[in-house]
Design a protein around this ligand. Structure first.
Ligand code: ATP
Ligand code: MG
Length: 428
């Protein structure tokens, strides 16, 4: 049964909705289709938060959405056929109402219960039921200002709790990423997870092994770049999920002396949160540099002891840890290369002579490497003086920099002993 919550019982108004979303909603209604704002935007507006994006659900089939918006509409996706309605480079997502899957031709589950195709169109009510949490299944009707609720989502908004729609274990088995979403939303919104939705998570983490590696990478970024990375990290560990995202990190954390590394990771995540919450940028490369650091240093040591020169030992160690990490999730090359640079540049901070230090400041990865270096110092792994020196040095004028760096000499190059060339012209 649908419950209609009229505008006087909640505080969403049409002014809260971006004009692009309003344009799409009105366009679809004009073409005689049902259309609503749905999902995260409705949830966030009800909670007085700024929505990340405005998603739209409609009775129109993708081809009909295309007919309505013509060339500004692109149809994408196989698993979910979706319409993107473009405004220049920006676009909004328009999804046709879907029914919860069943085992017919177009709504298929695999033997272990995962959904593999999901293109069965349905009614508004069915669309509500196939969504993950009750608070994510609320629809806002632009015409009337009503919030439509088929799943008691409004009560859960009031109670500040996340509750899966339907039988929790079945819903997690259908799509194990819902476990990660539960943790993400609980941390982001400060909500609790309803006990029936919470209990199965502790034992179903292993299902994450079957998730497409690229999707797991995307979800990981959402988990750690949402401004609550530290809290999310702790929750992921509590629910036994972290090991499926970062197996090497979890292994390091469980070692006897793992607390030092735990402090390091937590300090880094706290810094990431501060950066994100003050509008600064962050790169996934930094996250990987932190999470894999302990394992990297062990591999580095191992290759040094094998007799490899330092740069080669670092190269090999980085390859070792990434080849393990990509068994859990894919890491796009542009990020793993940057992580490798952050690591291999750490050694450059030990060289303060003019030749090395001045050119290092110009290096395109100086900033990221410096942040990582200072993180190590702040965690007590290096003398704080070393970080402070570079903090001061980079902001001095060139004359001041030259004055300072001249007091440091370049590392002595190993003199190559010149072999005497046999002199062919002598005949003695
Ligand atoms: P945010 O965008 O703030 O992270 P959101 O709730 O909008 O949160 P999206 O990933 O944008 O999350 O998804 C939009 C909506 O699609 C969700 O609110 C939910 O209704 C539905 N949805 C997303 N992922 C799933 C899933 N794995 N299973 C069921 N429904 C889902
Ligand atoms: Mg969203």
């Amino acid at each position: 049964m649908v419950e209609r919550h009229s505008p006087d019982t909640h505080h969403i108004t049409n002014n809260d909705i971006c004009h692009k979303a309003k344009k799409i909603l009105r366009g679809l209604e004009k073409a005689d289709h049902e259309a609503y704002l749905v999902g995260g935007a409705v949830r966030d507006l009800l909670l007085d938060k700024k929505p990340k994006d405005f998603d739209i659900a409609t009775s129109a089939h993708p081809e009909e959405v295309k007919q309505t918006f013509g060339s500004s509409c692109r149809l994408i996706g196989r698993r979910f056929r979706l319409a993107h309605v473009h405004f220049g480079r920006e676009y909004l997502e328009v999804a046709t109402f879907r029914a919860p899957h069943d085992d017919d031709e177009s709504g298929k589950t695999s033997n272990d219960g995962r959904i593999i195709h999901d293109n069965v169109y349905g009614t508004l009510e069915e669309d509500a039921e196939r969504r993950d949490f009750t608070i994510n299944a609320l629809f806002y009707d632009l015409k009337t200002g009503d919030v439509l609720d088929h799943v008691n989502g409004m009560d859960d908004i009031e109670a500040c709790q996340l509750r899966l729609i339907g039988d929790p274990e079945t819903r997690y088995r259908e799509d194990p990423v819902r476990m990660l979403r539960a943790i993400r939303f609980a941390c982001k919104l400060g909500f609790s997870i309803h006990s029936e939705s919470e209990t199965p998570i502790y034992s179903l983490g292993h299902l994450l092994k079957d998730i497409a590696p690229a999707r797991l990478f995307d979800e990981t970024l959402k988990l750690f770049h949402g401004g609550q990375a530290l809290e999310t990290f702790r929750a992921l560990r509590k629910y036994n999920l972290f090991q499926y995202l970062f197996p090497l990190t979890e292994h390091s954390l469980l070692l006897e002396d793992g607390t030092e590394f735990l402090d390091f990771v937590e300090l880094a995540l706290n810094n990431t949160d501060k950066r994100i919450n003050s509008g600064k940028s962050t790169t996934p490369a930094f996250l990987f540099a932190v999470m894999l650091w302990d394992d990297l240093t062990s591999h580095f040591q191992y290759h040094l002891e094998e007799g490899q020169p330092a740069y080669q030992a670092m190269h090999k160690a980085a390859s070792d840890v990434f080849s393990e990490q990509v068994r859990a999730m894919s890491v796009p090359k542009r990020f793993s290369s940057m992580t490798r640079e952050i690591w291999s540049l750490q050694d450059r901070f030990n060289r303060r002579d003019c030749r090395s230090s001045l050119s290092f400041l110009e290096h395109r990865r100086f900033r990221a490497a410096y942040d990582f270096f200072c993180l190590r110092a702040n965690a007590g792994h290096l003398p704080q003086e070393a970080c402070d020196w570079w903090t001061t040095f980079q902001f001095l004028s060139l004359e001041e920099q030259e004055e300072i760096c001249q007091t440091y000499s370049s590392p002595k190059k190993k003199r190559r002993r010149r072999r005497k060339k046999p002199n062919q012209n002598t005949h003695d």
